[in-house]
Design a binder for this molecule. Structure first.
Ligand SMILES: *[C@@H]1O[C@H](CO)[C@@H](O)[C@H](O)[C@H]1NC(C)=O
Ligand SMILES: *[C@@H]1O[C@H](CO)[C@@H](O)[C@H](O)[C@H]1NC(C)=O
Length: 328
């Protein structure tokens, strides 16, 4: 993909974000049914990773280049379509791109494994964003390239959906050349400059994690967890804009009432947040506390796992793919 094509893709992207106003928003339904409302058929494939996780990958076929969309933390492929007409998936599909939306391990759709049971086997939840970058993204890329006969693809990641590409680029450098360009929306990697309340949250995570360990709860925000049930009640049944938009979202993501109209709230909170592992949160928090971008810190067990006292750092010099960083 040359510069001109990258610019075209970026333009489409920005216009889909910027062009708000009254839009038709589908409340119910999943990716497939929402896509159909806008005249697009989807194909859903199960991608199986080297370590056995089963990840539904959704394609809206198109004649132009392949664009892979990767969601952020406690999110899913749905995030790219729930805005309906103005969503990224529909906008790219209308422009003719071959759109692929992935689900990384552990969310509502990817609570599946070839032999581990997420409800019974704690080992299922023994992953962080490291495994998403090391196993999930390469498996998804290989699947798409094999299916389409292409040699490379372009990707758009949101938030943690970019971090996983840096993990992949540094730990499996041969994958760099399979990426034409990574467009990174709200990218995260280092948290050195995090301010309250995000910094307070990152500081609190190890304590929350200790409590979860004592409760034997490895899944965070899964559909059956009490946190998630409370959010469903407050944000999709009672529909409190005060708590859900001003309280929950603005605290972490910043306030933007123009972009988050009250009507959209129940739709958003029907699809978000969705589950991930306790370890993913802890790994993020370690990055902030140590001001480092490194593998998961096992403490005393680092010697056994990494043969070193400290977890290895991700070598960002090895991330040679083209990256466009977009932030507000
Ligand atoms: C959406 O739901 C329908 C009907 O239950 C199902 O056939 C389809 O595979 C689902 N799509 C996704 C992306 O999960
Ligand atoms: C989780 O995985 C790591 C590394 O793969 C392993 O060393 C550790 O023992 C596992 N932890 C649990 C609780 O199974």
């Amino acid at each position: 993909m040359d510069m001109r094509q990258i610019v075209i893709l970026l333009t489409i992207l920005v216009s889909s974000e910027a062009n708000h106003g009254r839009i038709s928003i589908p409340l119910s339904g999943n990716y497939t049914t929402i896509a159909r409302e806008f005249g697009f058929n989807t194909r859903v494939y199960d991608v199986v990773t080297e370590d056995g996780y089963i990840l539904p990958l959704i394609n809206i076929p198109g004649k132009r280049e392949v664009v892979l969309l990767i969601h952020g933390i406690v999110d899913s492929a749905d995030t790219f379509i729930i805005r309906g007409d103005k969503s990224l998936a529909i906008t790219l599909a209308k422009a003719g791109y071959d759109v692929w939306s992935a689900n990384m391990r552990g969310n509502r759709y990817s609570r599946r494994h070839v032999y581990l049971n997420p409800d019974k086997d704690k080992q299922f939840w023994n992953y962080s964003y490291h495994e998403m970058g090391y196993y999930d993204i390469p498996a998804i890329i290989d699947f798409i390239l094999q299916k389409t006969g292409e040699r490379s693809l372009s990707a758009i990641g949101h938030s943690l959906g970019n971090t996983v590409f840096y993990v992949m680029g540094s730990t499996r450098p041969e994958y760099n050349e399979k990426i034409n360009v990574l467009i990174a929306l709200s990218p995260i990697c280092f948290f050195n400059h995090a301010r309250p309340p995000v910094s307070s949250l990152l500081e609190a995570i190890p304590h929350i994690s200790d409590v979860l360990v004592r409760l034997g709860q490895e899944e965070v925000m899964g559909d059956e967890t009490s946190t998630r049930k409370m959010i469903t009640l407050l944000c999709t049944v009672i529909k409190s804009y005060e708590i859900c938009a001003n309280g929950l979202l603005s605290t972490i993501g910043g306030s933007d009432p123009d972009e988050l109209e009250p009507d959209f709230l129940p739709t958003l909170f029907t699809h978000f947040p969705t589950g991930t592992s306790r370890k993913t949160g802890l790994h993020l928090s370690q990055g902030y506390l140590k001001k480092d971008f490194a593998l998961y810190d096992y403490g005393e067990r680092n010697i056994e796992v990494y043969n070193s006292y400290y977890p290895p750092k991700y070598d960002l010099h090895r991330v040679t793919m083209k990256v466009v960083l977009l932030d507000e």
